[in-house]
Structures are given as structure tokens and as C-alpha cells.
Design a protein around this ligand. Structure first.
Ligand code: SF4
Length: 292
């Protein structure tokens, strides 16, 4: 659908490995999705190396279409109940896309937006194409038009030059943001990238400590997000993984719901009342009816 990346983040090897950004046409993606719909697939996750950059086509990589065109076209494909947008750069997650998802029945209110650092100094060193104010604005708009939206965040800690103050700036920024969970990665040197040549290498021990601190913050954010939904009804799509007799499903806004394994529920949408978060961090739920 979309491959490659034209950006040059100083920690990333993907542009070298995958080449420039390029995509199929909206029509070609729609046809593939229509094919999947006939096989009984209910949910599709849109992925790409730099998904929001969708639309550069052909040998000349002309921008004939964009990601918003794709989202609108897919919304009209019958037979698919759910689309999720996977990781999308904040500067490419436009107002149009956010507002469209807010009124769509098929695009789920779930976003995964890489931040990488809450320090503008570090974002500059990373060669990211936005600063923290833009990120905060994306979160603000999403929550304004979809108050129950789930927002996941990627963060890298221990990037070269990240002082204790820079890390605390990131911590405070994330603590204040209305987000739902974090994916935290300790910085790791990659060959043929600029970042390892930057001054201010952060010790492995410090990278590890900062990772632990942000993972604790993530748990706090997630529990708070889940707790906001206790007592509400939601449609849950169950998956086929079973652990110790328990299966899991997801609400539109990506709350992980646990239920006693029932093979007839696999791949089914069920309307449930969310009750409480269990010690495993899953939402418990009770039945209120089955969707046709
Ligand atoms: S981190 Fe993402 S946006 Fe940056 S160069 Fe790598 S693939 Fe591109």
C-alpha cells in the first residue's frame, strides 16, 4: 500500500533499507480490500512505512492522491466493519483525516502517533519534522472531536544529548497529555545513521531507568483510560488467541476485553457492558446482546 520513506530521522535506517516513499493507487487498495471483504475479514489495519505520506505513484513519484483520499474511499467498502490507522507521523495526520474518522462508522477512534521525544531540542537532533506544540495540537483536536478516542504514543529515551532535564520535559509533557498508552524504546545505535556520531551518549543504565519510568507512566495512563470506560457499553471484536481459557477482544477504541473462551465468539462482534479492570490489566465485561 505504502512503502519507503523520504524523511531522514537521524536514528533510522528505514530510508536506506526501503528506499523512497511510494504507493499503489487508491483504486488498487480499494480492490484489495474488497477482495478481503469477501473472505469474511472484519477488521483491517492500514499500515505503511510512512503511512501518512500515501499517494506518491509511478516512476516519477507524482502526488496524484493522498492519505485522506484513501481513507474516504475505504470508508465506502461494504463488508469491512473496522479500519484502524496504524502509526502515522503527527505532521501528516491532518485535520481532514481526524474529522473524517470522527464521523465514520468504519474507521475506529484509535490513533498511534509517534512522538519520540517531548523535548524540542531532542526532536531537532532527531530531525523530526514537527515540534511538541504540533503534537499537543493533534491530541487536542482528536479528543475534542472524539472524546473517547484511544491515542498511543511511541517514545525513544536515551537519545544522544538527552539530559535529565530533557527527559523530565518529555515525562512532564506526556503526563499532561490526554493519551492512552506509550510504546517506550530505549535508544539503540544503528549503523549508517547520524545519531551515534552526536555528542552526549547516554549510558545504558540511564536508558534503562528512563524506559522503566515511562513504562510506569504508560501503565498509569492505560489504567486511567480504561477506568473512564467502566460501566459503558461497547462493541467488542473477539480474536482467536486463547490463554488459560481466556480470549481477548477489542473495543473500537482499543480497550482489551477478556472473556471466557467460546469458539463461537471468535471473529464475532458482541455488544458488551464494560465492568472493571482486572489485575492482568484487561477489561472485564458482561453481555447485553449480540449484533447482527
Ligand atoms: S522514523 Fe519513520 S519517518 Fe523517520 S525516517 Fe524512519 S521511517 Fe521515516
Amino acid at each position: 500500500m505504502q512503502d519507503g520513506c523520504d524523511y531522514s530521522c537521524s536514528f533510522c535506517t528505514i530510508p536506506l533499507a526501503r528506499g523512497n516513499s511510494r504507493s499503489g493507487s487508491v483504486q488498487s487498495v480499494v480492490e484489495r480490500v474488497q477482495g478481503l471483504a469477501t473472505t469474511g475479514v472484519k477488521e483491517i489495519v492500514l499500515t505503511g512505512v510512512n503511512l501518512g505520506d500515501f499517494g506518491l505513484q509511478g516512476a516519477n513519484r507524482e502526488r496524484l492522491e493522498n492519505f485522506y483520499d484513501l481513507v474516504q474511499a475505504l470508508d465506502n467498502v461494504d463488508g469491512i466493519n473496522r479500519f484502524r490507522i496504524s502509526s502515522c507521523e503527527p505532521n501528516l495526520l491532518t485535520d481532514d483525516v481526524i474529522r473524517f474518522v470522527a464521523q465514520s462508522r468504519r474507521f475506529m477512534p484509535h490513533f498511534h502517533i509517534p512522538l519520540q521525544s517531548g523535548s524540542d531540542k531532542i526532536l531537532g537532533l532527531m530531525r523530526r519534522r514537527y515540534r511538541r506544540a504540533l503534537y499537543a495540537d493533534r491530541v487536542r483536536l482528536i479528543k475534542e472531536v472524539m472524546p473517547h478516542a484511544c491515542i498511543g504514543v511511541d517514545v525513544i529515551v536515551g537519545f544522544p544529548g538527552e539530559t535529565e532535564e530533557d527527559f523530565l520535559e518529555t515525562y512532564q509533557f506526556l503526563n499532561d497529555l490526554d493519551i492512552s498508552y506509550l510504546h517506550v524504546f530505549p535508544y539503540s545505535e544503528r549503523e549508517n545513521t547520524l545519531a551515534p556520531t552526536l555528542p552526549g551518549r547516554v549510558q545504558d543504565r540511564v536508558r534503562h531507568e528512563r524506559t522503566t519510568q515511562l513504562r510506569s507512566l504508560s501503565e498509569k495512563k492505560k489504567r486511567h483510560f480504561y477506568a473512564q470506560h467502566a460501566g459503558l457499553e461497547a462493541e467488542v471484536l473477539f480474536e482467536d488467541d486463547v490463554t488459560n481459557g481466556v480470549m481477548e477482544g477489542f473495543t473500537p477504541n482499543y480497550i482489551r476485553v477478556a472473556a471466557k473462551y467460546d469458539p463461537l465468539m471468535v471473529g464475532e462482534l458482541k455488544r458488551l457492558r464494560l465492568t472493571a479492570v482486572n489485575p492482568q490489566g484487561q477489561m472485564e465485561a458482561e453481555e447485553v446482546g449480540v449484533f447482527a
